[in-house]
Design a protein around this ligand. Structure first.
Ligand SMILES: [Zn+2]
Length: 103
């Protein structure tokens, strides 16, 4: 149907440890630690079973975002302060994250 929406703005607020995502129709605010725990890369989630390998409880409380890099027009790669940088967060997934947590 329609293409995935693209954020108008992405801002990492390191004081509040919140990633702010501005969409055309709404705004999402995600705690860094929660997002880090939602990483879908092969080191964090078993590609075959979908089972989570990363225990979110092991993510440091003071986790921060070092930098972010756009990947094509569909995702952002987040460089975390714990050295993890293999996870891509697609716009589609970031949209769904809010929709599933609102239920
Ligand atoms: Zn990961």
């Amino acid at each position: 149907m329609s293409v995935s929406p693209t954020p108008r703005d992405l801002q990492a607020n390191r004081n509040e440890q919140i990633l702010r995502i501005v969409w055309g129709d709404r705004e999402d605010r995600w705690p860094f630690r929660f997002l880090r725990g939602e990483c879908q890369c092969a080191q964090c989630v078993n590609e075959w079973t979908g089972a989570r390998i990363l225990d979110p409880a092991t993510v440091p409380e003071e986790i921060s975002i070092e930098r972010m890099e756009l990947v094509g027009a569909y995702a952002v790669r987040i460089y975390w302060s714990d050295g993890h940088q293999s996870g891509l967060y697609t716009w589609e997934r970031l949209r769904k994250l809010a929709e599933s947590s609102a239920e």
